[in-house]
Design a protein around this ligand. Structure first.
Ligand SMILES: Nc1ncnc2c1ncn2[C@@H]1O[C@H](COP(=O)(O)OP(=O)(O)O)[C@@H](O)[C@H]1O
Ligand SMILES: [Mg+2]
Length: 211
C-alpha cells in the first residue's frame, strides 16, 4: 500500500507541532508501520523518543541533506504512515518540501488570533505547493483549548480570514501532553492518565487519515 504522508507544520514555535506529530504517530503505529521524520534542526522528536524507558511506538528518523517528495517516498516506502515534524520556519527547505510531499498538512494553532496572525503566510505557501501537489489537503487543528471556554469572536474572525478549514477534532490543554513528552512516551502509553488525550488524537486520525 502507498505511503501516506502527514506534515505537521506551522512557522510559529510552541504551537504544538512536535506534540501532535509524536502522538499522531503513536496512534498510527497501532494501525500500521509508522515513522516520524524529525525535520527540526533542534531535534525535539528525536530527543522525545530517546527519553523513555520503553521504545517509542513509532520509529523516529532524521534526513541528511537535500530531499524532495520523490526521494522521501523512495527512502521510506517500507512504511505505511509518514509523519513530518516541521521546523518553526516556513522559508526552510524542509517546510517547502514537506508541503510538496504530503497528502495532509495539519497546522496546530493556539486559540488566540495573535498566534494565528503569526502564521499568515502559510495559506499562500499551501497554494504554492498545490501547483505540484494538487491533492494536498490542509487543516487547522486547534490546540491547547481551555475546557468550557468558547472561542472569542476575534478568533472566529481570524479563522475565517485564514481561509484554511478547521478540523472538528480539537486538542485541549492537558497535563498528559506535557507529561508524555517528559516521560518519552505517547499519551496512548499512559493508561488512564492519557485516555482523554488519546481519544482526541484518535478523533484527529479518524477525521483526516485513511485507514
Ligand atoms: N494540548 C496541550 N496541552 C498541554 N501542553 C501542550 C499541549 N500542546 C503542546 N503543549 C506543550 O507546549 C509546548 C510546545 O509544544 P511543542 O509541541 O513543542 O510545539 P512546537 O513543536 O510547535 O514548537 C511543549 O511544552 C508542550 O508540552
Ligand atoms: Mg517542535
Amino acid at each position: 500500500m502507498a505511503t501516506h504522508v502527514t506534515a505537521v507544520i506551522n512557522q510559529k514555535g510552541g504551537a504544538g507541532k512536535t506534540t501532535l506529530a509524536m502522538n499522531l504517530a503513536a496512534g498510527l503505529a497501532r494501525r500500521a508501520e509508522t515513522v516520524v521524520i524529525d525535520l527540526d534542526p533542534q531535534g525535539s522528536s528525536r530527543q522525545w523518543s530517546s527519553l523513555g524507558s520503553a521504545p517509542f511506538p513509532a520509529t523516529v528518523k532524521q534526513i541528511a541533506g537535500k530531499w524532495d517528495a520523490r526521494s522521501l517516498h523512495q527512502s521510506f516506502r517500507a512504511y505505511r504512515h509518514l509523519v513530518l515534524d516541521c521546523p518553526p520556519s516556513i522559508d526552510s527547505h524542509a517546510s517547502l518540501q514537506a508541503l510538496r510531499a504530503c497528502d495532509v498538512a495539519l497546522i496546530p494553532v493556539l486559540p488566540s488570533p495573535i498566534d494565528l496572525w503569526a502564521s499568515l503566510r502559510l495559506p499562500q505557501e499551501i497554494e504554492e505547493a498545490r501547483k505540484t501537489n494538487k491533492d494536498l489537503k490542509a487543516y487547522l487543528v486547534l490546540n491547547q483549548l481551555e475546557p468550557k471556554s468558547a472561542l472569542s469572536a476575534a478568533m472566529h474572525e481570524a479563522l475565517a480570514e485564514f481561509g484554511v478549514p478547521v478540523l472538528s477534532a480539537a486538542i485541549r490543554r492537558r497535563a498528559a501532553y506535557r507529561s508524555a513528552a517528559l516521560e518519552g512516551v505517547s499519551v496512548y502509553q499512559m493508561g488512564s492518565r492519557g485516555a482523554q488525550a488519546a481519544a482526541e488524537i484518535e478523533a484527529v486520525i479518524n477525521e483526516v487519515i485513511p485507514s
